[in-house]
Every structure is written in C-alpha cells, then in structure tokens.
Design a protein around this ligand. Structure first.
Ligand SMILES: [Zn+2]
Ligand SMILES: [Zn+2]
Length: 135
C-alpha cells in the first residue's frame, strides 16, 4: 500500500521535471522554426510580392518578407499555406490594416507565462494535500 504511494509520488515528481524539459525544448524548436519559415516560404513561393507583384532577385531579396496570413507566427504549415511573400511596403500595410481591424485591442499575444507555471504548482499543492492524507 505505502510502496504504491511512494512510486506514485516519485513518478509525479519526474513528470514535473519532464514538463520543464518539454517546455524548454518547445521554446528552442520554436525559435528555430521562426528562423526557418522565411527560407521555406521563399523556396515554395515565387519571389514576387503577392500584393503589388513586384519581382525580386538575389540582390534585393532581403526586401521580400514572409507574412503569416492568419497573423499567427506559430502557424507554419510546411506546405506554405499560411505564408505569403510580401515586399516590405505591402507587409507593413498589411499589418497596419490588421491593427486597424483590431481597433487597438492589443490582444494579438495571448501567451500567458503564468499559465505554464500554474499547473506544476497546482500539482505540487495536490501532492502536499496527498501527503497529509495517510495520517
Ligand atoms: Zn508589395
Ligand atoms: Zn506579417
């Protein structure tokens, strides 16, 4: 009986450490992905601005940017369906329109770092509650 409780407790503690690793890993691979999507989009789509049709070559390619159609930079399907090659001007225009659309809501980033911390602490509180139980 008590042996089961011990292994159960140890297993849960291990999961917390694993969760930290998973989060760290996810952050790392996400920044790598963000670096990679422009390259991928330029490989898939023609070097032409999707708005004004301006053509690009190796000399001015740095002026061609990759826009996320749904404005979600985490949405990077490998088929490029969420990417659009836009020149700097059209890209800026597109974002200004999007901001106007939001009407100053400023809710583009809904990432809540507290949410990640919250669940391990909740698990910890539960662990401590469990600890009292056998008494
Ligand atoms: Zn353009
Ligand atoms: Zn954009």
């Amino acid at each position: 009986m008590s042996a089961d409780q011990w292994t159960g407790r140890r297993k849960r503690g291990g999961d917390l450490t694993k969760l930290d690793q998973v989060i760290a890993e996810a952050r790392r691979s996400r920044s790598e992905r963000e670096k990679g999507y422009r390259e991928q989009s330029l490989r898939i789509h023609p070097w032409v601005c999707a708005r004004c049709g301006r053509e690009f070559n190796r000399a001015n390619l740095h002026q061609l940017t990759v826009h996320h159609k749904d404005h979600n930079h985490d949405n990077n399907p490998p088929d490029g369906s969420n990417w659009e090659n836009l020149c700097l001007y059209c890209h800026e225009n597109e974002h200004r329109r999007y901001l106007d659309h939001l009407a100053g809501g400023g809710s583009e980033s809904v990432e809540d770092p507290g949410a990640l911390k919250h669940s391990p602490f909740a698990a910890l509180a539960k662990l401590m509650a469990d600890k009292k139980m056998p008494d």
